[in-house]
Design a protein around this ligand. Structure first.
Ligand code: PXP
Length: 238
């Protein structure tokens, strides 16, 4: 079964616009779980412009589903993750000023850095997933070698090409996911997945372990409400 992990960063962005605690990010996450989300994802960035480090701490004590923290493993992120001990950490090579993640890791160039990080998190009992571009099978092979448990396939290019040619769009993701699975890696996917493109992606790669979805899902919730929206996304994964 493919788990739906709801990325709640956008909810924190709305809260931060006014400086108070509306909407309440922690309560929103609890409600997402109650409405059927099988996981919650947060992406704390160094400037805390959406999810704050304290949010991450507060969430840990109340969440009952899978907690996934993603981000670039600099010193402060690493310390936070080791303190909070989520079920999963997803390592993402995003620059501090990046609007959103825009590339996967080059696990060959950054092999020793990542190997040390993966070992550090794994020692704390945290599953480690490495964000990766689907076209580089050699980088996926290296992700296995450096000890990661899963890879998260960066799906932006799938989403962009989907309206043009969905079969062509998904091709490299099917190959990457099958390859990752064949060498014993779990497979997650995320970025720009939506009600438009998720169903086909899942049909083509039914063994995906988890999708984490934020931007489109929270945007859809403006029209359908969060409860309906979560059900609509879950239906795409059935
Ligand atoms: N996966 C990673 C590594 C991300 O950085 C993000 C965006 O924060 C997502 C998944 C979710 O992307 P989206 O918000 O487009 O659904």
């Amino acid at each position: 079964m493919t788990k739906l992990s709801v990325n709640i960063n956008k909810v924190a962005t709305i809260r931060n616009a006014r400086g108070g605690n509306v909407p309440n990010v922690v309560q929103f996450a609890i409600d997402c779980e109650r409405m059927g989300a099988q996981g919650i994802t947060v992406h704390p960035r160094p400037d805390e412009r959406h999810i704050r480090y304290q949010d991450v701490r507060d969430l840990k004590s109340v969440l009952t589903t899978e907690f996934n923290i993603e981000g670039n493993p600099n010193d402060s992120f690493t310390a936070l993750v080791k303190e909070v001990k989520p079920h999963q950490v997803t390592l993402v090579p995003d620059a501090p000023d990046a609007i959103t993640s825009n590339a996967g890791w080059d696990t060959i160039t950054h092999f020793s850095f990542l190997k040390d990080k993966v070992a550090e998190f794994a020692e704390c009992g945290i599953r480690v997933s490495v964000f990766i571009d689907a076209e580089h099978l050699d980088r996926i092979e290296k992700a296995k070698e450096l000890g990661a448990h899963r890879v998260e396939l960066y799906t932006e290019s799938y989403a962009t090409m989907y309206p043009v040619d969905k079969n062509m769009a998904v091709e490299k993701f099917v190959k990457a996911a099958d390859y990752a699975r064949s060498i014993g890696l779990g497979v997650n996917a995320g970025h720009d997945l939506s009600l438009e493109n998720l169903k086909f992606f899942h049909e083509q790669i039914p063994h995906i372990d988890e999708v984490s979805i934020g931007h489109a899902l929270i945007s859809d919730a403006l029209y359908y409400g969060i409860e309906n929206t979560i059900q609509m996304y879950l239906n795409q994964l059935r």
